[in-house]
Write a protein that binds this ligand. Structure first.
Ligand code: WT7
Length: 659
């Protein structure tokens, strides 16, 4: 392992455990026998889940074909439609009046959509897309705020068999452009804007900018009206969503696609500068999304009110807002805004207002609320909550305990769920009615999932041992590749241990055999549960005319888990140029803004230090480990492999001078 984090090592002394109440255990969807059942015949177990949670147009007869490894085929001779499974079949079963979405806009506007409403809207949107020339097999980019149309747009694509590529609304025009090009999207669905921190925040201008950056194959831009901001309009290309849907029929026959038909592409950061388009297909992905949502969140569709606070721009929003919950017939809250607008109790107000029973959020949000104080949630009635979930990064025991005590009333089980964009759905998590939960540990692989921890040599370690987390058996919702880059797919995941999936995370077993995740072991950072690559930000920095060289590290941060810290060397001629804008602080501000415009505001470095040299080995490799020591105010580690060991003294004194 490249790094070892003393704070995380301390977690392994955690001895508290919280068993579910007898009442919870007795009523739980998943009982303890699920493990034995899956173990008896893993593939048959997954086939049962695929039949139980999905409705197939053509039933499958094959379960897994891994002859084309590392690309798996699951349920390959079956056919189905994702939107039909998420929407229509609930209406056909007589549940058309059940609420699917309880939408809460940031300004306080609300909308309720039943499953029948969703069927109508998704059908209209599917017809509208088809009339704009989008066909089965095409790709559609979606760049929307958290409004019901985001879910409707995804399902409309799925309904016609076009793959969606959702781009988080916080990403820049540049990031949107590169994703449109990479996936060769032929249409974009966006909005005039959304509400953020009490004011309208525009989206359409970024789409216009993206499409002006170069030649694309985008024929149409569908624009949802949300904020009523003025928008520039390209005649012939731009179409209002309400006009297109207004003219469209509310009847649409879902296209039954093969189980391995692409459902979506979602870009995520890797260890190089270029984001990877993670490809997910239909049958296996939906099987595991629905199965995990049912068992990990113990969903009772008639009585639960489920709320996942993620944005649909991330995989959590795909699997645990759009697909898992709707396939399971859930009633869920969809919230547009930030947790502290207009006040810091906004989330808890929403829990009280809708009687939320299941809440799924991220450690960074929990730590932020913790910082705001117990008296904020204390003002609201949170007694409806019966189950809490966490995802995105390791949750520290202190935040876990706070979540349990202050939000969960000391009774709601917490499920700490480990998974990735690539895994498509949850892989490691307690089962809430079975597992005695431990603060800070994701604990055990789900029934049907096989996980191992290997040492450097690829040997499995036992209880108490640590190393690299690997997934040693294929699983239904595994990625089917990196869009357009087969080689990178094998190199990234299947070459560290040939033939076995390497997740990029370090992990340890405690004495009981429970798994503790220890963070990434590669050059990937985790900022507020969002994945960012050091190289991607370095490329953004060096694309600025003042910058000669840049090195980026993730430094630990109390709230966001990690924070971006950059070290830059300015170009020789930058001195005069920077003089035009003024002193050092302005240089830093300009570079931070440059990163925001290249990637998005989430990638803005917390701090940028201008340095004369970077610590390099004799072969020219930047030693990020030493820079992380500086960024985290630690004694700088072993410098003997540096080409010039005095470099670190200069950088360290620069850091002290700047703070
Ligand atoms: C990386 C995946 C899965 C949706 C959100 C992030 C880290 C995720 C946990 C957890 C410890 C976690 C890992 C993983 N991670 N969940 N419960 N405990 N670490 O998806 O952007 O694909 O990032 O997030 O490091 O590799 P992602």
């Amino acid at each position: 392992m490249t790094d070892h984090n003393p704070a995380l090592e301390n977690l392994l002394t955690e001895t508290r455990a919280f068993a579910p109440s007898e009442e919870f255990a007795a009523a739980a969807n998943a009982k303890g026998d699920l493990y034995a059942h899956a173990e008896a015949d893993r593939l048959e177990f997954w086939a049962e889940q695929a039949r139980r949670h999905l409705t197939w147009d053509t039933p499958f007869t094959e379960v897994l074909d891994f002859s084309g490894a590392p690309t798996a085929r699951w349920f390959a001779d079956g056919r189905l439609n994702a939107a039909y499974n998420a929407v229509d079949r609930h209406v056909e079963a007589g549940n058309g009046d059940r609420t699917a979405i309880l939408f809460e806009g940031e300004p306080g506007d609300t909308r309720t959509l039943t499953y029948a409403d969703l069927q109508r809207e998704v059908s209209k949107a599917a017809n509208a897309l088809e009339s704009l020339g989008v066909a089965t097999g095409d790709r559609v980019a979606i760049y929307l705020p958290m409004i019901p149309e985001a879910v409707i747009a995804m399902l409309a694509c799925a309904r016609i068999g076009a793959a969606h590529s959702v781009v988080f609304g916080g990403f820049s025009a540049e990031a949107l452009y590169s994703r449109i090009i990479d996936a060769d999207a032929t249409a974009v669905i966006t909005a005039d804007g959304g509400y953020r921190r009490g004011k309208p925040s525009a989206l359409k201008p970024a789409v216009d900018d993206a499409l002006a950056k170069g030649e694309t194959n985008v024929k149409h831009v569908l624009v949802v009206r949300r904020t009523e901001q003025d928008v520039a309009w390209t005649e012939g290309r731009d179409v209002w969503w309400h006009d297109a849907l207004g003219e469209a029929s509310a009847e649409h026959a879902p296209v039954a696609v093969e189980a391995e038909h692409p459902l979506f592409i979602l870009y995520t950061s890797g260890t190089t500068g270029k984001p990877k388009g993670i490809l997910h297909t239909t049958g296996g992905y939906l099987t595991q999304a629905a199965y995990t949502h049912w068992n990990v969140f113990d969903l009772k569709p008639e009585t639960d009110v489920y709320w996942c606070t993620a944005d649909v721009g991330w995989v959590t929003g795909h699997s645990y807002i759009t697909y898992g919950p709707l396939i399971n017939g859930a009633t869920q809250v969809l919230y547009e805004g930030t947790p502290d607008t207009p006040h810091q109790g906004r989330w808890w107000e929403i829990v009280e207002k809708y009687g939320v029973t299941i809440l799924y959020t991220a450690p960074t949000a929990i730590r932020t609320c913790m910082k705001w104080g117990d008296d904020v949630p204390a003002k609201f009635d949170l007694s409806s909550l019966r189950l809490l979930g966490s995802v995105g990064e390791p949750i520290n025991p202190e935040a876990w305990m706070w979540y349990r005590r202050v939000i969960g009333g000391d009774k709601a089980p917490i499920v700490d769920t480990w998974w990735q964009t690539e895994t498509g759905a949850i892989m490691i998590s307690p089962l809430p009615g079975v597992t005695a939960t431990k603060p800070g540990s994701a604990q055990v692989p789900l029934p049907g999932v096989s996980v191992s921890i290997w040492d450097d040599a690829g040997e499995a370690v036992g209880p108490g041992g640590g190393g690299y987390l690997v997934l040693d058996q294929p699983w239904p919702s595994m990625l089917r590749g990196i869009w357009g880059d087969e080689q990178r797919f094998s190199d990234t995941y299947w070459s560290r241990f040939p033939g076995t999936y390497f997740a990029g995370d370090g992990a340890k077993y405690d004495a009981d055999g429970d798994i503790w995740l220890l963070g990434r072991v590669d050059d990937v950072m985790n900022i507020s549960g969002h994945r960012l690559s050091t190289t991607e930000i370095e490329s953004a920095l060096v694309s600025h005319e003042w910058v000669a060289e840049a090195a980026v590290v993730g430094a630990s941060d109390d709230t966001t888990g990690q924070a971006v810290v950059a070290f830059v060397i300015l170009r020789g001629d930058a001195k005069e140029k920077t003089d035009e804008v003024g002193e050092g602080a302005d240089v830093v501000a300009a570079l931070r803004n440059h990163v925001a415009s290249e990637i998005g505001p989430i990638a803005k470095p917390r701090s940028i230090l201008v340095v004369a040299e970077l610590p390099k080995t004799r072969s020219g490799k930047i030693m990020r480990r030493l820079l992380r020591d500086v960024a985290e105010n630690r004694q700088v580690g072993d410098v003997t492999t540096l080409a010039d060991s005095s470099v670190m003294d200069l950088i360290s004194s620069g850091m002290k001078g700047s703070s």
